[in-house]
Design a protein around this ligand. Structure first.
Ligand code: ADP
Length: 499
């Protein structure tokens, strides 16, 4: 059995820091890599050793697999943890890592490859009893045959690129009349975007929830599921609020989804931590969508309800150890929520709002966890994903976890840039969210920038009351009674009084 004494984390920001914390607790020495933009980042300071990879763009730094392997050889590193994004789902890289005599903290290149292609994944799981969205399980190029299949499935349907990812490479077709044109477009888009024109057809689920199962497997063939995460609150197909457990999953459904996820993992001899994503329709039928062969951004909510440290488990599995627990040992303890704090302005359709963190104070208290990679005074670089932090709460019940999150959001002090925190406060208070009756369309159904001014923190409410009095006095003596245009609630400018 291999022992990892020194681990290089081929990533940046919050996830690099989060991985290194667990490594340190296991007595493993850590090596950080960084780009010139991240020279002063907390992950660089935290590591025992740190190496600059190059200029800020990822292609010249965090994606330089060969250079990272060289660094490992120079510094006597035993293993590489890729985090998420960057090189984490690159089968060639993981193969090169093992060929260089290093341990890749993740699954085999084979598993990454199979699950990296939507069609290969569907084919791999077909011998297991796993529900798939009705559709074709093979690439389809003949338009007439495709049309026939679409009619059988029933419109609306979705044309998907096999090599697609990140919410890209999908086209909705509402009726047969538009089928041919959309199919031609889908194929040519898939060719130019992914270099692979293979497409397939699926029934379009009109009111979908995104619910995923965390799995963990060892190299001895044991696989367990660590329950579900509900990730339906998304903007631009990207998750922004996650929770565990889901408000709509019953114990029976959880067991069925968990066992299906274990089947998916078995289909590619999976080991390590992985996530099996399902799409759930309004009647709570669930269908396998895809598997992510890495640690997921939202993994902390699973850690909070299971008490397991997923990074430590990944490291032990990579060392060749068998899982130290069985399915029956796992229990759900309480409820956990995560909100992603992005440097984005919800008032401008979530456009990135890059700048300096002039004030940055984290909320504190029992049941609160902040995974972040920045300090006050730092700039958010434009080169990478604009996520500043993940704010996680844990409490006995869903209601308590929501109230704790609302309190934590109020206590989070960030000035200098706009963040998604205001949006998250609005969403957490919304009746659709509190009742559990929501789907991936939450943002388009309920969110308009104006609603943010109706969803204020206590501090903001107090300030508004003060402003209203000031405003009243300033209006006294003026002839016109028309006050609405200048009323403080109609402008975001008053918020700057808090900054
Ligand atoms: P990607 O690899 O691009 O993330 P996925 O297959 O995971 O692609 O799908 C991304 C998102 O698109 C899902 O979370 C879901 O919201 C939506 N989606 C995917 N398949 C369907 C479907 N058959 N019907 C409705 N929505 C879908």
């Amino acid at each position: 059995m291999a022992k990892i004494n020194k681990l290089l984390v081929a990533n940046r920001g919050e996830i690099a820091l989060r991985i290194m914390r667990s490594a340190k607790e296991l007595g493993i020495r850590t090596v950080a890599v960084y780009s010139e933009a991240d020279r002063l980042s907390p992950h660089v300071k935290f590591a025992d050793e740190a190496v600059c990879l190059g200029p800020p763009p990822s292609s010249q730094s965090y994606l330089l697999g060969d250079k990272i392997i060289e660094v490992c050889k120079d510094l006597n590193v035993d293993a590489i943890h890729p985090g998420y994004g960057f090189l984490s789902e690159n089968a060639d890289f993981s193969k090169k890592v093992t060929d260089a005599g290093l341990i890749f903290v993740g699954p085999s290149p084979h598993a990454i490859e199979v699950m990296g292609s939507k069609l290969a994944a569907k084919q791999a799981v077909s011998q297991y009893d796993i529900p798939l969205v009705p559709g074709t399980e093979e690439a389809i190029s003949d338009i007439e045959a495709a049309k026939k299949k679409a009619a059988e499935i029933g419109y609306p349907i979705l044309i998907k690129a096999s090599a697609g990812g990140g919410g890209k490479g999908m086209r909705i077709v509402e009726s047969e009349a538009e089928f041919e044109e959309q199919m031609q477009r889908a194929v040519s888009e898939a060719k130019s975007a992914f270099g692979d024109g293979a497409v397939f057809i699926e029934k379009f689920i009109t009111s979908p929830r995104h619910i995923e199962i965390q799995i963990l497997g060892d190299q001895q063939g044991n696989t367990v599921y660590l329950f579900e995460r509900e990730c339906s609150i998304q903007r631009r197909h990207q998750k922004v609020i996650e929770e565990a457990p889901s408000a709509v999953v019953s114990p029976e459904m959880r067991k069925a989804m968990g066992e299906a996820a274990v089947g998916v993992a078995k289909a590619c001899n999976y080991y390590g931590a992985g996530t099996v994503e399902f799409i759930v329709d309004d009647k709570l039928n669930f269908y396998f969508l895809e598997m992510n062969t890495r640690l997921q951004v939202e993994h902390p909510v699973t850690e909070m309800i299971t008490g397991k440290d997923l990074v430590k488990e990944q490291i032990w599995v990579a060392e060749g150890k068998a899982l130290s627990f069985f399915q029956e040992d796992l229990k759900i303890n309480g409820h956990s929520l995560e909100v992603r704090v992005y440097a984005e302005d919800p008032r401008t359709n979530f456009l990135p709002d890059i700048g300096r963190l002039i004030t940055y104070r984290r909320p504190q208290g029992p049941g609160i966890r902040v995974d972040d990679g920045f300090e006050e005074g730092m700039d958010i670089p434009i080169y990478y994903d604009p996520m500043i932090a993940k704010l996680i709460t844990h409490a006995e019940t869903r209601e308590d976890a929501i109230n704790r999150m609302l309190r934590a959001i109020d206590d989070y002090e960030i000035t200098g840039i706009q963040t998604t925190l205001d949006f998250c406060r609005f969403a957490l208070k919304h009746e659709a969210f509190t009742s559990g009756n929501f789907d991936t369309k939450f943002v388009e159904k309920y969110f308009k920038p104006e609603v943010l001014d109706q969803s204020l923190s206590k501090e903001e409410e107090e300030l508004l009351a003060v402003l209203a009095v000031e405003f009243f006095h300033s209006q006294k003596g003026k002839k016109t009674g028309s006050v609405s245009a200048a009323a403080p609630t109609t402008s975001g400018a008053w918020r700057n009084r808090l900054k």
